[in-house]
Design a protein around this ligand. Structure first.
Ligand code: NAI
Length: 346
């Protein structure tokens, strides 16, 4: 099958070509994001292969369909960036990668937590300049602290296991409690109680209408003074200006982010020689107690291998049987919140 691959970085190409070693499919790689302007390059392809910041709204899908595209092969678990109704109306199939490595994301979340708590990002810079003073680097023992986990699916469960290993008390908030987390000693509570009792709060829920700006000014007001907030789920789960307000007021102790609501114009590109026009993001960068990574939590050898293999399996299945191996349907989305939720992930 002829596949137009968008938002390609060299590592995407390496792993996808490895998964397509038989040469069964013709993969055409494009660095550009998929949007209304770039959709034309997919003319003649039967499938597009896309990532989290590609645009798959009705307008783009209509253009792709007119050019012959019938399969949207997502290199992600999350599908909040796809207009599924428009895809269904056009008769386009959507395939995703439901699970690749929850460990990758959970471990990166712990990396943010440890770095923020022990100020590793600041210590690294200081020591390289010959500054061995410890002032400002005071942390706290994780042992005995309370960690609140919002969304205890695959990634939340992995994260909880690690935090249980540190000797933390676990609180969970999820419409579908996870028995594995309960076996770790997690107590499920409502969100206000979790916010009010947790020293560290980590977000691992999908972005849905219910979780959009779940962490807003009201939620921040419920948190323990000095609490740490971690978001490796989706940027829009957090109301960034509200978080900036809490950081300025000194009520939020620290913030670790791998995702940002407006990340599409920033992440996955080298902008080091350019002016950042996003003033909200620029303000976040000024805080010493904020640590941001550019949506890299998934970025391990293991995860990229699994993503490429499943993406090719979706394309193979579509070519062989007219349906991707892991399809996403409109019904799946309607099911969110009333059935075991689909992974709405990277
Ligand atoms: P999952 O589907 O296994 O778990 C999500 C959990 O969130 C489910 O247990 C679900 O019941 C719960 N949930 C749904 N609505 C909720 C709500 N309103 N409040 C609290 N909990 C709610 O998904 P998985 O694989 O654990 O992924 C979680 C998130 O991680 C995804 O949303 C995705 O956006 C993010 N992610 C980020 C990556 C990165 O590189 N930063 C990579 C992969 C995923």
């Amino acid at each position: 099958m002829h596949v137009a691959v968008f938002s390609t970085r060299p590592y995407d190409r390496t792993f996808l070509e490895r998964a397509n070693a038989s040469g069964r499919h013709q993969l055409d790689f494009y660095e550009s994001r998929l949007d209304v302007a770039s959709a034309a390059v997919a003319q003649g392809a039967q499938a597009v292969c896309v990532f989290v910041n590609d645009r798959l709204d009705a307008e783009v899908l209509t253009r792709l369909h007119a050019g012959g595209v019938r399969l949207l092969a997502l290199r992600s678990a999350g599908f909040n960036h796809v207009d599924l109704n428009a895809a269904a109306e056009l008769g386009m199939a959507v395939g995703r990668v439901p699970e690749y490595s929850p460990y990758a994301v959970a471990e990166h979340t712990v990396a943010l937590l440890l770095a923020l708590n022990r100020h590793i990002h600041r210590a690294y810079a200081r020591v390289r300049e010959g500054n061995f003073a410890l002032d400002g680097l005071l942390g706290f023992d994780l042992h005995g602290r309370t960690v609140g986990v919002v969304g205890t699916g695959k990634i939340g469960e992995c994260f909880s296991r690690i935090m249980a290993g540190f000797g933390c008390h676990l609180l969970g908030f999820d419409p579908h409690p996870n028995p594995v987390c309960q076996a770790l000693g997690m107590r499920y509570v409502d969100l206000p109680e979790l916010l009010a009792a947790s020293d560290v709060i980590s977000l691992h829920c999908p972005l849905t209408p219910q979780t959009h700006h779940l962490i807003n000014a009201d939620a921040l007001a419920h948190m323990l003074p000095g609490a740490m907030l971690l978001n490796t789920s989706r940027g829009a789960v957090v109301d960034t200006p509200a978080v900036i307000g809490a950081l300025k007021a000194g009520t939020l102790g620290s913030l670790g982010l791998d995702v940002y609501e407006e990340e599409a114009d920033l992440f996955f590109s080298d902008l080091s020689g350019e002016v950042i026009h996003d003033d909200v993001f620029a303000r976040l960068l000024t805080f010493p107690n904020v640590l941001i990574t550019g949506h890299q939590a998934f970025f391990t050898e293991d995860a990229l291998t699994a993503i490429a293999a499943t993406t090719l399996a979706n394309i193979n299945a579509f070519e062989d049987h007219g349906k991707p191996l892991y399809p996403v349907s409109v019904e799946r989305v309607i099911g969110v919140g009333c059935a075991p939720a689909p992974a709405g992930t990277t």
